[in-house]
Design a protein around this ligand. Structure first.
Ligand code: PLP
Length: 353
């Protein structure tokens, strides 16, 4: 594999360095919050994690020059890995599932990425477990293949140190971090760096309804990106002061509201992050609230921003305007926006109140 096409380090210098947007007050009455606009960086938010995981593996001798990188993804990490791996001289195989949007498949094909498409969900572990099962088969057949394992690889979180630096270069103080949680990587990386400067930082995790991460039962989920049907080790439970679960109807309403008001648009996680960041800014008007908008709108033009698609799924029918409060993460199964101030590792039952 040659690296000369883009110069010695390919597109790596163009990753990150994203702008911070001020999202002003809306009709719900919040005072506004800051959002890191990750769609403005080459390869998107996950290119940061991808570079950290690949360079870390190369340094440890786990990834040989020119070796194939194999990863399971719902899309965003795939784009980041494609950019990072191309720049570093590695071919990529991505394990995706049937629900990956046609536009994303076309983009991966254009990037020269080999896609392995999983057609059936695992009965308990959903698409994620089905993709991981296929990944194990592929790893066994491709000599020297390297699996970054975004769910459990500490380099995923370490890849967000630069994002934290960019935030603190822009703001002298951050009081509240609102972060969507999938692998847990960006929340863990940002929390570690931001709490070093401000130990009292409050951290609010944003999960999807039907996700197992914070102790709810795993269900089929409409939303992609945030949420998980497995328990990633990159979720640092003691970091969180509270968790919110957001449903697809609220995420759609929030995406559309932010887009209409600012012309900034993104996907499910952007809508969920904006909803909860707005809530946090309303709850504490003096606090400086920061969140991350992980990706842009293009992947979602035929779903979140398509009236017919949303109507067919009942996503305009009932939208919560405030979270239902629950006393314990597994007390009741939530079906829409909910909040819990007790965060527990479902695997270890560690508690932080
Ligand atoms: C679009 C999108 N938003 C948010 C997340 C959650 O980020 P993290 O994996 O760092 O928890 C992901 C993870 O895949 C994602 O793809």
């Amino acid at each position: 594999m040659s690296r000369v096409a883009f110069g010695d380090r390919g597109l790596l210098p163009l990753i990150g360095g994203t702008p911070m947007a001020w999202i002003p007050a809306d009709r719900s009455g919040h005072t506004g919050f800051h959002a890191k606009v990750e769609s403005a960086g080459v390869g998107g938010m996950k290119a940061r994690a991808a570079v950290a995981m690949l360079t870390g593996a190369a340094l440890r001798g786990e990834l040989a020059p020119g070796a194939t990188v194999v990863e399971s993804t719902s899309g965003t990490l795939g784009i980041g890995l494609a950019v990072a791996a191309k720049s570093l001289g590695h071919p990529v195989i991505l394990i995706v599932d049937d629900e990956l949007e046609p536009d994303m498949r076309a983009l991966f094909a254009a990037f020269g990425v080999r896609l392995e498409v999983v057609r059936r969900q695992h009965p308990e572990g959903g698409w994620q477990q089905a993709r991981l099962d296929r990944l194990a088969q592929i790893l066994a057949t491709v000599p020297g293949a390297y699996w970054p394992d975004q769910y459990d690889n500490p380099d995923n979180a370490a890849g967000y140190a630069d994002m934290a630096r960019e935030i603190t270069d822009h703001l002298d103080r951050v009081d509240v971090l609102v972060a969507t949680v999938g692998s847990g990587g960006h929340c863990a990386g940002l929390t570690r760096a931001l709490r070093r400067r401000r130990p009292g930082l409050r951290v609010i995790g944003v999960d999807s309804v039907g996700s197992r991460i914070f102790g709810q039962p795993a269900r089929e989920r409409v939303m992609r990106g945030l949420g998980s049907s497995i328990l990633p080790r990159n979720v640092v439970y003691p970091d969180y002061d509270e968790v919110h679960w957001v449903g697809p109807a609220e995420a759609v309403a929030s995406c559309r509201e932010v887009a209409a008001r600012t012309c900034l648009a993104g996907g499910w996680s952007t809508g969920a992050a904006a909803l909860v960041a707005g809530w946090a800014a309303r709850r504490d008007p003096g606090a400086r609230v920061v969140t991350v908008f992980p990706d842009g709108p293009h992947r979602y033009l035929r779903t979140i921003y398509d009236d017919e698609w949303c109507t067919a799924r009942g996503l305009f029918e009932s939208v919560a305007t405030r979270p239902v409060e629950i006393a314990s993460p597994n007390l009741v199964e939530v079906s829409g926006w909910a909040r819990c101030a007790v965060v527990r590792d479902p695997a270890e039952a560690r508690v932080r109140v």
